[in-house]
Unconditional design. Structure first.
Length: 245
């Protein structure tokens, strides 16, 4: 495993994502329940193969007398994320570690042989009852799986380490120390047939055109009837004049 402060196989996309990524902020947990004590990832879902996005790991401090001094997030390597950029967080230093992949990942920029395996934040502090957001921008998410599990280690000022590493199992109760989990939904198909909804501009245009045609036909019929009525009136008028003479 090698340490690398910046891993970027697709730098242009990553820099775009880093610019739009939200700056990490600290907040206060008011009336926090059990769910707030967990390390979580936001958003909680992305389409498979999504690119140029961001992931935010929210780390709360649920201890009464100890501050969080280190956050260690492990990224899955069976379905790897080839490259990330870390959003700076005041007071914290991030270290991005990579690992050699057994099977290279094919991308438009070529084969990727290394992927991010771990991100470690140190140097800062999360006081009791507060939380900190740690945001990273990714180049591309993997396909072929319906979720990514990010194991997290949270180290406190008193030396305690909480391991958020337990994966959720379908049909089983939530684990005591759940790992941050990102759901991966089916990727949208680019060649899927598109149908215009009833209230779409295309449908509205067709309805408007049909209405215009109907009105045009009705106007034409009314015009013909008007001409016929006018001709009949004129004929009657001439006939009456002839009888008077």
């Amino acid at each position: 495993m090698s340490a690398n402060p910046l891993v970027s196989s697709s730098r242009r996309g990553l820099h775009r994502a880093a610019v739009v990524g939200a700056l990490a902020t600290a907040g206060v947990l008011a009336g926090a329940g059990a769910a707030f004590a967990h390390v979580t990832v936001h958003p909680d879902s992305y389409p498979q193969g999504a690119s140029d996005g961001t992931l935010t790991f929210r780390v709360p401090d649920e201890e009464d007398n100890a501050s969080t001094t280190k956050v260690d997030i492990t990224l899955p390597t069976d379905h790897p994320i080839p490259s990330v950029l870390v959003t700076p967080v005041g007071g914290w230093t991030a270290q991005v570690k990579t690992t050699r992949l057994k099977t290279p990942v094919k991308t438009d920029d070529g084969n990727i042989t290394d992927a991010v395996s771990e991100i470690v934040w140190t140097g800062g502090k999360i006081d009791p009852g507060n939380y900190q957001d740690f945001t990273v921008a990714f180049g591309q998410l993997p396909t072929g799986t319906d979720q990514l599990v990010f194991k997290a280690l949270q180290t406190y000022s008193d030396g305690k380490i909480t391991r958020w590493i337990e994966a959720k199992r379908p049909g089983r109760p939530d684990p005591e120390n759940p790992a941050p989990t990102l759901k991966l939904t089916a990727a949208a198909s680019a060649d899927a047939p598109s149908t215009a909804p009833k209230d779409s501009p295309t449908a509205a245009a067709k309805a408007s055109d049909s209405t215009a045609r109907s009105l045009g036909v009705a106007g034409l019929v009314a015009g013909v009837l008007g001409l016929a009525a006018g001709g009949l009136g004129l004929a009657r008028s001439r006939s009456g004049n002839q009888h008077e003479q």
